[in-house]
Design a protein around this ligand. Structure first.
Ligand code: 2AM
Length: 192
């Protein structure tokens, strides 16, 4: 196995959750058509973006991660979302996201394992603290959008369980990125 792959660690979302999130922002999509909206089936929780890496390094990294996640014995994680948020803030947004609630402690623990294992394989650590979220839309380049409070959607709480962590390949195409799982580690994580 050799070559270069663009990839990221993430928690995938059940299709029903992707659909509900997508529907929650139906009206906002009409108000803000110029944003790059993440398509429903691509919505996910990013744990770490690895960028372009040698496949050989990714194979080593996957083996290291497998050992660490297995020894953590991580079980399924209860998550929910009930609000829209934005970076840097909702009034001058560059990234719109669904906020995450629920068992964020184990989610952060997994993100921390991902950071540690990635650093052990020479991938620079993320400088900002991990803020769990589901990106819904981004502005193009560095522009920001101002969101009027009247356009912020009413969110009915969405609840689900995270049942796995995924190393996802991202292939860039003119129509947007295509995501393909390279490896999925199911919870409860076990030592085989
Ligand atoms: P985000 O959802 O928190 O914005 C796949 O591209 C994922 O990797 C994105 O959803 C994005 O997380 C994250 N990511 C972080 N840095 C990135 C970059 N420089 N280019 C593309 N994606 C990046």
């Amino acid at each position: 196995m050799n070559g270069i792959l663009r990839s990221f660690f993430c928690i995938e979302l059940p299709p029903a959750v992707q659909k509900k999130l997508w529907q929650t922002v139906d009206t906002l999509r009409l108000v803000l058509p110029d944003l790059k909206w993440v398509s429903a089936n691509a919505l996910h929780i990013t744990l770490k973006f690895l960028g372009e890496q040698e496949q050989r390094l990714l194979e080593d990294l996957m083996r290291s991660f497998e050992k660490r996640i297995a020894s953590s014995g991580q079980d399924v994680i209860a998550l929910s979302s009930s609000a829209l948020g934005a970076f840097p803030n909702i009034r001058t947004a560059r990234t719109l996201f669904a906020e995450l609630c629920g068992d964020l402690v184990p989610l952060k623990a997994i993100a921390s394992i991902v950071e540690d294992v990635s650093a052990e394989h020479g991938i620079p650590r993320e400088k900002r603290p991990f803020k769990p979220h589901i990106t819904l839309a981004r502005t193009r380049r560095t522009e920001t959008v101002i969101i009027s409070p009247k356009d912020i959607p009413l969110f009915s709480k969405i609840e689900w369980q995270a049942t796995s962590v995924t190393l996802m390949k991202s292939s860039l195409t003119p129509a947007g990125p295509i995501y393909t799982p390279l490896k999925i580690w199911e919870f409860p994580a076990k030592v085989f």
